[in-house]
Design a protein. Sequence first.
Lengths: 257, 293
Amino acid sequence: MSDAVVDARGVGKIFGQDEDRVEALRDISLRIEPGEFVSLIGPSGCGKSTLLRLIGDLTAPTAGQLTVNGKAPTQARTDRDYGIVFQKATLLDWRTVTKNVELPLEIMGIDGREERAARMLDLVQLGDFGGHYPWQLSGGMQQRVAIARALAFNPSLLLMDEPFGALDEMTRESMQQEVLRIWGETGTTVVFVTHSIPEAVFLSTRVIVMSSRPGRISHVIEVGLGHPRDVETRESQDFYDKVTEVREALRRQEQAS
Amino acid sequence: MEVVRGDRQGRWERLSPRTRRTLSLLGVMVALVAFWEIYKLIWSSLGWIRPVRPDDVVMPHVWDMVIELFRPVRRGGSLLVLDLGSRALWTMREAIVGFLVGGAFGFGIGVGFARSRLAERAFMPYVVASQTVPFLAIAPMVVIFGFNIGIPGWISVSVISAYLTFFPVAINTLRGLRSPDPNSLELMRSYAAGPRDVLWKLQVPSALPYIFTALKVTATASIVGALVGELPVGFQSGLGRALLTFSQQFAVQSKKLYGTVIICALVGILFVGLVSYAERKLVPQRAVVGEIL
């Protein structure tokens, strides 16, 4: 029963105290199974990033129960169960691309770093850029390096916090294609925060629609588009219908509140 | 006119950066010498004495200062420039030892404060207070105290250089260690990285540009500290001593004092140059903001 990657039951998060008290999340219950690609979508302030950070043990819940790989989030983090990608690539300026990918491996004392880094850079199609410095790369390429770094130590879970939010539309679509390919090749479970409806639908097996103040799960939408997905998927009627369904769900909860 | 100017600009652009840098340095030097000499010429021909009297004692010709460097210090003695050169080595030893010790100490304080807000709150006021005490008052005390407990004079002088170095280094180190953005700290947390890894793999590399800014400032400060520290010391070595001697004999020896000042300036430039060189080797190019030397 507890083989879920993420299992949240009645999870809540309150920031601050007294007058400064903000209820970011209320009564979140969610099960994410291995190999799923789950997107969290909702208006800003709905707590989708907070939920991601709870899973990553970057902040702690104030109510409910949360397990990651059947363990307390802190345990999962110290077991290095997940890799994370932020909106900013947050690469270290003074390290080459290869050395950036090797960073988690160094810290974790994993051997065969060069070889692993090379494999990861091939995975994100940056095999020729290992010797470059981050600031010599475009925004999209930097984000690929961040993905390679997050996957370098083979985590079973990949957390992505609006990773393509700062990229232009063209780059964004090609990055989405990349992530789907990587997800197919590695079998990693992905939790993906976004505020783009087409992005959520195109990438996910399941879309979690959230509402704000306090953040709650309002709808769960199975995408069921099948794989592989490509440009034709984007232009299909089924895709369009799913996008409409998610949009309607977002609108309904907006009207309700 | 336009064409000629455009052409000249083109010629300047075509020169290598190194040549351009050397030429601009020389250009400024020529301008400064010209300013000195033209002032002297105009003021002495008009008989003006304010703000500075243009006679050969207060304002000797620049070339006379340089020529003086290549004359014996006293009858039968070595050339002034050689004498000052060996003094410069002595002073630099004091300054470099003090700079290294003070820099290491400042770095340690920065790391300690970055680790613990409590330590910062508890000790910062004293660190600040230590810098508001005029070091001119402390310098003789340190040297005399050192002499009493049998420490070689030059080490006491180094202590004063270290005293001037540690504070800017500590403050900039602290600031630099706190400069990484929250995401990179969270990234390290996601790797379950220990404090040591966070310090050496993230914080210290992020702090290097800040630390080097402080080191460039303190490179010159450590020399000033050494020069001043030498004054109360009994020994005759060192540039500070030469400054004192020649200023006491200013009325007859002003050219020697100016020569000594020139050597002091060269020592400072050399020192800052060494720090800049180390910075270029240690800090990736892009992080270096502006280049000195």
